[in-house]
Structures are given as structure tokens and as C-alpha cells.
Design a protein around this ligand. Structure first.
Ligand code: DAH
Length: 360
């Protein structure tokens, strides 16, 4: 290769290596291959080269052009990549970052209400057992709240002094503020095919008001429907749940036969405690915690599920009640009074949500 061409190649390659971004790269390209670039000039000057050297010189110039074009392209790929990496780094958002330093901490951060906290814990514990969370409306149809659950017209729960009724709808039936979360069993079975595993935390309403009853309170319902489900599954699930929730691995749990229209057999579940000291897990006394049972075949049939193929269990409990027991909260009323001193005392940090690995 002629010396001038070798020099141009070396010079261009050095300039390419030094080009730190796409703009610098383009300047190099224009300087060599542009309209008045160095190589373009040499190609234009080919006419002045003596005829016997022209062919060889022309071929050499074209080879060099190809070489330099390829080198520019190679450098472009490298710089493109670097530009993308830099952009990705600059635009990166770390969603796992801890809260911003200016977010308030201490009392200024506020606190999670104990009811909300218990719902988080229930979701974490039952979530680990494969349950998802279902919801339903607070204003509920008579059929969902009572009829489909096998609660007959004359049942005491249907009396005006127990239940908040709204004016009658077109069907002549009066909607109710749901008296329990059980109607969401019906809604879930009507909208999902078995197998089903849901818990239903939510607000419920009864015409009751004293130191231990509030007209609005919270329940959590549980429903599991599958093939071959037995009382053994119900017992295992609830014993595991109660021991994990109260954090007492030896918590005594007793199943006592009972009656609910929507389960057969039905059982009330008690935990061991000391009536005098209020201590859970010791003392030889029993405290009723929740209602449960195997879903009544009529309830399954009301939802179009064949009871010969599918069985299941259900349970329901009061969220305030288990929260009061777990944290030693003596009175129900402050739950709804928004007294910041109480909320700070019994609330939990919004920065440490309930997770199983941290313990609930
Ligand atoms: N719905 C009942 C109540 O409010 C609680 C209950 C008992 C729910 C037994 C259930 C169950 O799912 O199986 O008193």
C-alpha cells in the first residue's frame, strides 16, 4: 500500500479509537469519507494519476474505503451500545429503595390501624396456605345474605332489631347492610369454578351497640371447596392458622359441635386461655374464637356446585375480637374513635408490613 494511504488508515483508526461518542464518530467519518473528506479527495484526484498507475491506485483506494467504512461501523456499534447502557443507568428506578430520607419517621409517619394490620396478617397467613382475598358489597341482597346460605325466613337474625334493612327493591325484598361476610361465599361460588380457596375480610353491620358490640365491625370469612375435603382439612387449617396468628405453637384448640344453617356439621372453635389473667395458651379455660363447618350441600347446590363431586369447609370470625385478644386491647370502642394516642399506641409502623418471614 502506498505510504500516504497507510498513513491515512493509521490516522483514521487512531481518530476512531479516540472518538468517545456518536457525534465525534460522525466528525471522523465526514473528515475521511464526506464530500470534502481526505479519502474522497484522493478518489477525486485519481484522474491526475498517470494512466499506468491509475488502475492499481484506484483499487487500493477502494480497498481502503471499504476498510475504513467497516471500521467506522464497528466503532458505531460499540458507541451505540455504550450510549444505551449509559441511558439505562441514568433512567434506572430502584423500586426496592428504602423510603426517601425526607419521609417522616417516628410518630409523624402515622401508624397502621390494628384492624388493617390484622387483615394484612390474615392475608399473609392464609395466602401462604393458597387462599386469595375476595370481596363483596356492604349493601347486600336478601338472598345472598340469608336465603342462599340456607337461613330460613323465620330465623332470628332476620329480625328488624338485629339487622339494618334498606327500603325494598323491585323484588319486594329489602336489601340489608350485610350482617356477616358469609354472602361472599355465595358470590365466590357463583363466579368461580372449584377448586376455591378464599378469605373475605370486610365490614359487617348489626343493630347492636354496647361496650362489646359496635353497629359496624369486621369479620373474616374463609371458604375452601375441592374434591375429597374432610373435617380433617378444616381442623388442620384452623389449628395452624390460630397458632401462627397468636404466635403460640402449643396453643390448645378445641372443636365443639354447634349449629349454623350454612354448615353441616358445624363447629365452634375455642382456644385455651386463663380467664383470670387473660393469658392465652395456658390456664385451662376455653374461649370461643370462631364458627366453622363443612359447607351445607344445599348451599353448594344453590351455587350450582354438585355436592356429590365437591365438598368444602367454611369459617368466620370477628376481626376486632382476635385483634383485642392478640394485643390485650380491653375495650372495643376506641377502635372507631380516631384518638391519635390510642392509634399510636396500638398501631404498627407503615414501614414494616406483615410478612410471614418476619413473623406476623
Ligand atoms: N356467619 C357467621 C356469623 O356471622 C360466622 C360463621 C360461622 C361463618 C360458621 C362461617 C361458618 O363460614 O362456617 O356468626
Amino acid at each position: 500500500m502506498a505510504d500516504d494511504l497507510a498513513a491515512l488508515q493509521a490516522e483514521t483508526e487512531a481518530a476512531l479509537a479516540a472518538a468517545g461518542d456518536l457525534r465525534a464518530l460522525d466528525a471522523v467519518r465526514v473528515g475521511v469519507l464526506g464530500k470534502s473528506g481526505a479519502l474522497t479527495g484522493l478518489l477525486k484526484g485519481l484522474g491526475a494519476v498517470p494512466a499506468e498507475e491509475r488502475k492499481e491506485r484506484g483499487a487500493a483506494l477502494n480497498r481502503l474505503k471499504g476498510t475504513l467504512e467497516a471500521a467506522i461501523e464497528a466503532r458505531r456499534v460499540v458507541l451505540d451500545e455504550a450510549a444505551l447502557t449509559a441511558r439505562l443507568a441514568a433512567e434506572r428506578i430502584d423500586v426496592s429503595l428504602p423510603p426517601r430520607p425526607f419521609a417522616p419517621t417516628g410518630p409523624e409517619a402515622g401508624a397502621i390501624h390494628p384492624i388493617a394490620r390484622t387483615i394484612e396478617e390474615l392475608t399473609a397467613l392464609f395466602g401462604a396456605m393458597g387462599f386469595s382475598v375476595a370481596e363483596g358489597p356492604d349493601i347486600e341482597g336478601d338472598w345472598y345474605n340469608f336465603g342462599a346460605l340456607n337461613i330460613p325466613d323465620h330465623h332470628p337474625a332476620r329480625q328488624d332489631h338485629d339487622t339494618f334493612y334498606l327500603p325494598a327493591g323491585p323484588d319486594g325484598r329489602r336489601p340489608v347492610l350485610r350482617t356477616h361476610t358469609s354472602p361472599v361465599q355465595i358470590r365466590t361460588m357463583l363466579s368461580q369454578e372449584p377448586p376455591i380457596r378464599v378469605i373475605v375480610p370486610g365490614r359487617t353491620y348489626r343493630a347492636d351497640h354496647d361496650a362489646t358490640h359496635s353497629p359496624m365491625f369486621h369479620q373474616v370469612e374463609g371458604l375452601l371447596i375441592d374434591r375429597g375435603i374432610t373435617l380433617g382439612h378444616l381442623k388442620g387449617c384452623l389449628i395452624d392458622f390460630l397458632r401462627a396468628f397468636f404466635g403460640i405453637s402449643t396453643l390448645p384448640v378445641r372443636f365443639r359441635s354447634s349449629y349454623f344453617p350454612f354448615t353441616e356439621p358445624s363447629m365452634e372453635v375455642d382456644i385455651g386461655w386463663n380467664r383470670k389473667t387473660g393469658e392465652l395458651g395456658a390456664g385451662g379455660d376455653w374461649l370461643e374464637i370462631l364458627g366453622s363447618g363443612m359447607v351445607q350441600p344445599k348451599v353448594l347446590a344453590n351455587c350450582g356446585i354438585d355436592p356429590r363431586e365437591f365438598q368444602g369447609f367454611a369459617f368466620g370470625m370477628g376481626i376486632e375480637r382476635i385483634t383485642m385478644l392478640k394485643h390485650g386491647i380491653p375495650d372495643l370502642r376506641p377502635f372507631y374513635e380516631s384518638d391519635v394516642r390510642w392509634l399510636r399506641h396500638y398501631g404498627t409502623s407503615p414501614l414494616s408490613p406483615a410478612t410471614l418471614h418476619e413473623g406476623v
